[in-house]
Write a protein that binds this ligand. Structure first.
Ligand code: GDP
Ligand code: MG
Length: 462
């Protein structure tokens, strides 16, 4: 880690300012070959974390490259925890490239994607959940996703897990001490106390594990398939939620052939809405391909809006065989009775029998009615009635989920070991395994390969 790395840290393209970050023990030695004071003398930056104005020159022939500002930071008081220099020039792509080249000539090497953050992790400046939060924050597509990432960057998940980790460590260390000094025998009261704690920890960890699904939906967006028979208003609904005429709407059944997929931000959540071809029996080969795609979307979707025409008699008549079954297999389905402006001909009892327990929303997309309740119902349904509050988001991802699952299993085994009256050292083995699993979340006990995988998702310059 002794080499000096450098990268352009601002996005490519024209902008007011472009920044270059240089990090490593000799960062200033490298930077000083390029930087000059305003009057063209050797740059000093004698005070750390002060912004200086000066020039950047070609280190070989001294030709002026740009007017810049620069700031020097000393280890460990920088993002990476190393000596760091940040240089700000005029943000043009060619200008930044030329400045960057000057620092390369002066002895820096281009940083790999995420290398600054990786150094920050290796120097103990951030843990793995915070590193992941940086990626989430930069790529956030919604207000909620952003809040989740910021909370995680503050150490939200590490803190939640850390409380259990410390308590678990205390018990484990106490048990180990008692094993080493057999005169302090492990009493059955000790074990009963531990067992009680184990139940509580397991419940808390399981709760965190469950929140991984909500975390993913907030981060990646919620895939919603708009499904139903032809001509019920599926494309109209997409347009209404997008607030512009995205999909073609006609009174001709079979207008939509290809599924359309669009991002839309509803109440701070990102949705990937897909308008699909109407599902019905048909011999038209083009329509049939469209219908197959509709069924694929139906299977993939996080939630399904099944649209029916309330003005058409009999829900049963509107459904093709196969659709009902596919719907029944989905966890989150909302029945939308559209065209509520027309005389109602679908009996709600029939809906209740066909789709037991599914929420039903009446809309008239034509009149713009019922769309608010539909959004509320959708969000409520997707998060199982527990819409995450704005504060207190935990960005539990698949990696955390796996570690939490392993920890829960090890704690379970420890419980069984106690119940079965096994030797204390066997109990300790399970407790240590649980600690190890929890340590993977923050990175205390993560493999090199996991660390590599996380930082490879970063952009260059971060
Ligand atoms: N009366 C009435 N007509 C509607 C409503 N929503 C959509 N329509 C009409 O139903 C027809 C089919 O709409 P479209 O969105 O193309 O349905 P799709 O085939 O399910 O995508 C169009 O003529 C729409 O104007 C509604 O709420 N009330
Ligand atoms: Mg359509």
């Amino acid at each position: 880690m002794d080499d000096v790395i450098a990268a352009i840290m601002t996005p490519p393209g024209e902008g007011g300012i472009g920044g270059i970050r240089i990090s490593g023990r000799d960062a200033w030695v490298v930077a000083a070959q390029v930087l000059r004071s305003l009057s063209g003398k050797e740059a000093r930056a004698s005070r750390v974390r002060h912004l200086y104005t000066g020039q950047a020159v070609d280190p070989i022939n001294g030709v002026l490259l740009d007017q810049v500002t620069y700031v020097r930071m000393e280890a460990p008081h920088s993002f990476t925890g190393e000596n760091t220099v940040e240089v700000f020039g005029h943000g043009g792509p060619l200008n930044m490239k030329r400045l960057m080249a000057a620092f390369m000539v002066a002895g820096a090497r281009p940083a790999e994607a995420g290398e600054f953050s990786k150094r920050a992790f290796l120097n103990g400046r951030l843990d793995l959940t915070q590193a992941e939060a940086i990626v989430d924050l930069i790529s956030a597509k919604s207000e909620r996703g952003l809040q989740q990432a910021i909370h995680q960057l503050q150490g939200g998940l590490t803190e939640a897990v850390g409380t259990i980790e410390s308590a678990l460590l205390l018990y484990t260390a106490a048990l180990e001490a008692q094993i080493d000094f057999p005169e302090d025998e492990v009493t059955s009261e000790d074990l009963a106390g531990l067992r009680k704690e184990l139940v509580g920890w397991r419940r808390d960890l399981k709760e965190l594990e469950r929140s991984a699904d909500a975390g993913r939906l907030i981060r990646e967006g919620i895939l919603v398939a708009i499904i139903g028979p032809p001509n019920v208003g599926k494309s109209s609904l997409l347009n209404a939620l997008m607030r512009y005429e995205r999909a073609i709407v006609t009174e001709i059944p079979g207008t939509t052939r290809d599924p359309l997929e669009e991002y839309v931000n509803l109440q701070g959540f990102v949705f990937r809405l897909t308008d699909t071809a109407g599902i019905h029996e048909t011999d038209n080969p083009v329509e049939r391909i469209g219908i197959q795609r509709s069924m694929e979307y139906l299977r993939q979707a996080d939630a399904v809006l099944l649209i029916l025409d309330a003005g058409d008699d009999g829900a049963t008549r509107q459904l093709s065989p196969g659709l009902g079954e596919a719907i029944a297999a989905k966890e989150h389905v909302i029945i939308v009775l559209n065209k509520a402006d027309l005389p109602a001909r679908i009996a709600e009892e029939e809906i209740a029998v066909l789709f037991p327990g599914r929420p039903v929303v009446k809309t008239s997309i034509l009149r713009g009615e019922g769309l608010g309740p539909l959004q509320d119902t959708l969000i409520n349904e997707v998060f199982n009635g527990r819409v995450p509050a704005s504060e207190g988001y935990l960005a539990v991802n698949e990696r955390h989920k796996a570690a939490l699952g392993d920890a829960v299993r090890s704690l379970e085994q420890a419980e069984q070991a106690i119940a079965g009256g096994l030797e204390p050292d066997l109990i300790v083995t399970d407790l240590r395994a649980a600690l190890n699993a929890l340590g993977r979340i923050s990175g205390k006990s993560a493999d090199e390969s996991i660390v590599e995988a996380i930082f490879s998702h970063f952009c260059v310059g971060k």
